[in-house]
Design a protein around this ligand. Structure first.
Ligand code: ZN
Length: 687
């Protein structure tokens, strides 16, 4: 009998054979895999004497196998979105969601974990006990205790939520891809740098047009906001960007996410109430480091009090500099000019000093020095695009630890932003072991012909950020898939490694390794480097207030949902802005309609996590500053207490083990210039 060709992918033991994953195979493959899983789970459900070895470990293996098969599909959908793949992906979402819910609501499995927890309470290792505790918690959060009708309702809600999230993403992607602007008069593009212009000219040539064709990809959007001298162009592009997937702007109503958002919020609220929570924010916090909604709101409030005076000062200074009241599409442009006048440095001028090969060498050597690693490129690995590279990561003594793909450049049909995701999860089970493999995805400007890609310093910081997530995934020493790497880590602590590593992209010693002019090899001149470092605190108040605006909007949206009124999206955003914002935003701005983090990603009632984890990251980094940023003892402790431990322990305990005390907010306030060195020295004496 012929075996289906997709078995090569479903049963792959090594890296996924990306080129062999065909859209038409995806649904049959996933159906077959789920049937096999159901059969095995059925056998475990009737296990009369469940133990960690005969019950929990096989379930961990099944989880590993499923995530390993699905990961490349979900990844391709994000980086290579095309209609056939999108349809296949969407067809699988309800299947996977139903499977997860059935698993989470199985009373037989729940009893099995309870029995293991009770009978082996004396003999389980701490890591194993954590696996069992997490599983029991997740069963409760999946509605294992509900009556059959409520269970069915929960299952329907979860399946609909998965599909709504995909729809949200599609609307954003389609409205982003649809926009373009043809320009034939060079004067309209005054101020834009050569690489953006080259890209736009190439686009025009590809479309058989003279002049330039602008798209709404992230590098182009950012470049226009930062540098386009034409206020009219800035306004037009700002409007296109901020009205994506909405009832406003150039495609008003065409891919409108308004109803999708309402439906998502209504269903999340229903899920929370089914499980006995006041609202979705409380449900989300059941798996977080923050203990209550009140604690989160107080935390955000405290940061707002520290940041708002600074933000108001910064805005006043900026308006004085610009000589006129500023609209939303003027802020970045004038901020960039003010920054240049203060520090005589600009993101665009820095590009030649940050060619991709040099940046990667500096990033890798930072990680190698800190954690005793060796990172080497491996060629000939099958990928999804010619630009994608693969790297092996091993210990200094040569032991293989894992690997990662790097997909760095912006291109059409690729989701915007930057992220790390797991391709293969780590495991060390009796059934076999697997080394962790990560995807690192960015959207930097692709290289011009014959030249290396040239990065802004913002791009460099983003790359460090994602690599920090990657290290969390790849340096894990946890044996069990459900708590290895970033799995099972409290979501508000998951940004700790990423934001921690960002600090290195600002450090003088690292900048010297990272930079080298792509023509001469000359590192970033000392004066320019000092100016760049000084910019770290530039407009920190405005940036913090903006992040707090997103965080408060997201959290209150989920905590104040009222079924009688539906989600008050626009009103609530208005209230939050009224309370803390310092920048005026036009009434037609529809930012929530493309806020994928909270509607399609994992950050629902969790956007505050960035600030929460930034406190942890700044405080952790301050331990390095005290002893030297490459201090090997401190780095070893960070690796042992936090990085390698995944979800195997409580994040607060892990932090205290590393730092010798609970986290303090002052390190972050100092880092962003909201607390003076003298005041910081006083607070840090407290021990
Ligand atoms: Zn991150």
């Amino acid at each position: 009998m012929d075996t289906p060709r997709y078995h090569a992918w479903l049963n792959a033991e090594g890296l996924p054979p990306f080129t062999a994953i065909l859209p038409e195979d995806i649904e049959p493959a996933i159906r077959e895999l789920l049937a096999v899983q159901r059969h095995r789970i059925g056998a475990l459900e009737v296990e009369a004497a469940p133990t960690f070895a005969n019950f929990v470990e096989p379930l961990e293996e099944l989880q590993h196998r499923l995530s390993r098969a699905w990961s490349p599909v979900s990844h391709l959908n994000a980086v290579q979105n095309a209609e056939a793949l999108r349809n296949a992906y969407n067809a699988c979402l309800p299947l996977l969601s139903d499977h997860q819910t059935d698993l989470g609501q199985s009373e037989a499995l729940y009893r099995g974990y309870q029995m293991v927890g009770e009978r082996e309470s004396e003999t389980l290792a701490p890591e194993q006990r954590r696996v069992v505790e997490h599983a029991l918690r997740d069963f409760r959060l999946a509605g294992v205790a509900l009556d059959p009708a409520a269970k069915q309702r929960f299952k329907t809600l979860m399946s609909e939520l998965a599909q709504l999230a995909a729809k949200f993403d599609e609307n954003v992607l389609d409205s982003t891809n649809a926009w373009q602007k043809h320009v034939t008069d060079a004067a309209q593009l005054a101020g834009l740098n050569a690489s953006i212009l080259q890209r736009a000219a190439q686009r025009a040539r590809d479309a058989g047009l003279p002049g330039w064709l602008l798209g709404l990809d992230q590098p182009t959007y950012v470049a226009i906001m930062t540098d386009a001298e034409s206020r009219e162009l800035r306004r037009e592009v700002y409007e296109a960007w901020c009205t994506r997937a909405s009832d406003q702007g150039p495609f008003a109503g065409r891919w409108n996410n308004a109803e999708v958002m309402q439906q998502i919020l209504a269903r999340r609220h229903d899920v929370a109430q089914l499980l006995g929570f006041r609202h979705y924010a409380d449900l989300a916090l059941a798996k977080r480091m923050a203990r209550s909604s009140e604690e989160v709101l107080q935390f955000l409030q405290r940061l707002a009090e520290a940041a708002r005076p600074a933000a108001l000062r910064e805005r006043a200074e900026l308006e004085k500099f610009a000589g006129a009241p500023l609209e939303a599409w003027d802020i970045t442009f004038h901020a960039e000019r003010l920054q240049r006048s203060l520090f005589s440095v600009s993101q665009e001028e820095l590009r030649p000093y940050f060619p991709m090969p040099r940046v990667l060498a500096g990033l890798f050597s930072t990680a190698e020095q800190l954690f005793g690693l060796a990172i080497r490129e491996r060629t000939g690995v099958p990928t999804w695009h010619a630009d994608v590279r693969y790297f092996d990561i091993s210990s200094a003594s040569g032991e293989s630890l894992g690997g990662f793909y790097l997909d760095a450049y912006a291109r059409p049909n690729k989701r915007s932003g930057a992220w790390m995701d797991d391709c293969i999860g780590a495991k060390r089970l009796p059934s076999g072991a697997a080394k962790p493999v990560a995807y690192l995805v960015c959207n930097v400007l692709p290289p011009a012909a014959g030249e290396p890609a040239l990065l802004t310093h913002d791009d460099v910081v983003t790359l460090f950020h994602e690599f920090g997530h990657g290290l969390h995934h790849m340096l894990t020493r946890v044996a069990y898939p459900s708590i290895a790497g970033i799995n099972g880590v409290a979501w508000d602590a998951v940004e700790l490694p990423s934001q921690f590593l960002e600090n290195y992209a600002w450090h003088p010693d690292v900048l010297a390794q990272l930079s080298g002019h792509y023509k001469t090899g000359e590192p970033l001149p000392a004066a320019l480097q000092a100016q760049l470092i000084a910019t770290q605190k530039f407009h920190a108040g405005l940036a913090t207030v903006r992040q707090l605006e997103f965080a408060l909007f997201d959290f209150r949206l989920h905590a104040e949902y009222d079924p009688a009124q539906g989600a008050r999206i626009a009103q609530l955003l208005g209230e939050v802005r009224e309370a803390i914002s310092v920048i005026r935003v036009p009434a037609w701005n529809r930012f929530p309609h493309s806020f994928g983090h909270i509607f399609a990603g994992g950050y629902a009632a969790g956007y505050y996590s960035y600030k929460w984890a930034e406190v942890l990251a700044a405080d952790a980094f301050s331990a390095f500053e005290e002893r030297g940023v490459f201090d090997t003892i401190t780095a070893r402790r960070f690796l042992d207490s936090i990085l390698a431990r995944g979800g195997s322990r409580d994040p607060l305990d892990a932090f205290v083990e590393f730092r010798g005390r609970p986290p303090q907010i002052e390190a972050l306030l100092r880092q962003s210039g909201m607390l003076s060195e003298a005041d910081y020295a006083e607070t840090s004496d407290r021990g």
